[in-house]
Design a protein around this ligand. Structure first.
Ligand code: ADP
Length: 286
């Protein structure tokens, strides 16, 4: 078992002149060419008996937002997303990792295809991901719901495809050191049937190696094994890092640095609260 993390060394980097998003395009997210995403092959792959396990309906806020969360694999995107959803329930959560794992568990065509890439620590091809995510995402925004996209986009091609459908107005970039991630991932074990996730550092099962609810054995995700983790970190640098610059140029990204989600989150919460309050004021004065 790894030791608890110490010395959080937390720092928030403000992009631009102030913590407000100076260049944001519009307080109300715009949905574009919705019909264009309905392709026949999309129906094949992304709507086989699996809906997003984390997508829940929630009340609409006065204006819809689309918020992305970027960060290395194992960098706490899921944890931070969970906290955001509990404090800001107007967001509908779309997590590509959760959706893919659900497809794998259900042995759908998409799941069988995606598993080959996931087990190897590789990214699932862009065309598959874009089709899987886009309907949920655009539908949510079209219904006036705000959207929290967790794990998408991860490549420039995905970012461009998303931009063609809607305006991204806020991006959280989690910047966590590689050593922290490697420690963290090696401590992460799951209950494969339910998808319940444990971590021996901060969320251990009651009995070592066993699921709390069923008593069944826990396993390590194939893509959490050390050789896959390194591959995923390298892949992140290559494929996802350019997105930070892309969203910096749009003036919509905020970077949060640290080693512990509990320390990082209050800063995220404060920033997000400010952005939403600012936009609601703007929307009400237009
Ligand atoms: P992590 O952030 O730890 O990689 P996720 O649960 O977000 O975990 O994703 C698990 C795996 O699912 C990734 O390693 C990748 O194979 C696949 N995946 C998730 N999102 C995407 C995406 N947007 N593009 C390509 N592959 C993805």
């Amino acid at each position: 078992m790894m030791q608890a993390f110490v010395s959080p060394a937390f720092r928030r980097t403000v992009v631009g002149k102030s913590s407000s998003l100076l260049h944001r395009r519009s307080p109300t997210t715009v949905v574009r060419s919705f019909a264009s995403i309905y392709h026949a092959d999309m129906e094949d792959l992304s709507h086989e008996e699996t809906s997003s396990p984390s997508s829940t309906s929630s009340p609409s806020s006065s204006c819809a937002h689309s918020l992305l969360i970027l960060g290395k694999p194992g960098g706490g995107k899921g944890t931070i997303s969970g906290k955001i959803l509990s404090d800001f329930p107007q967001f509908r959560h779309v997590s590509t990792g959760d959706q893919l794992r659900q497809h794998v568990r259900n042995e759908t065509k998409l799941g069988l295809e995606a598993k080959k890439y996931m087990d190897e620590g590789c990214l699932v091809p862009d065309n598959v991901m874009i089709k899987m995510v886009m309907k949920d995402a655009v539908e949510a925004i079209k219904n006036g719901q705000s959207l929290l996209l967790d794990g998408f986009p991860r490549t420039m091609e995905q970012a461009v495809a998303l931009d063609e459908q809607l305006d991204v107005d806020m991006v959280i970039n989690l910047c966590i050191p590689n050593e922290t991630i490697i420690e963290r991932i090696s401590d992460r074990w799951i209950h494969p049937a339910s998808g319940r996730v444990y971590n021996y550092s901060y969320k251990p099962p009651k009995v070592t190696g066993m699921d709390d609810e069923t008593g069944e054995p826990l396993v390590q995700r194939d893509d959490d094994k050390p050789e896959s983790v390194l591959k995923r970190l390298n892949k992140y640098e290559e494929a996802t890092r350019p997105l930070v610059q892309y969203y910096e140029e749009k003036g919509v990204i905020q970077t949060f640095r640290g080693t512990q989600s509990d320390v990082i989150y209050p800063e995220v919460q404060e920033w997000l609260g400010e952005q939403l309050a600012e936009d609601d004021v703007e929307a009400n004065t237009i």
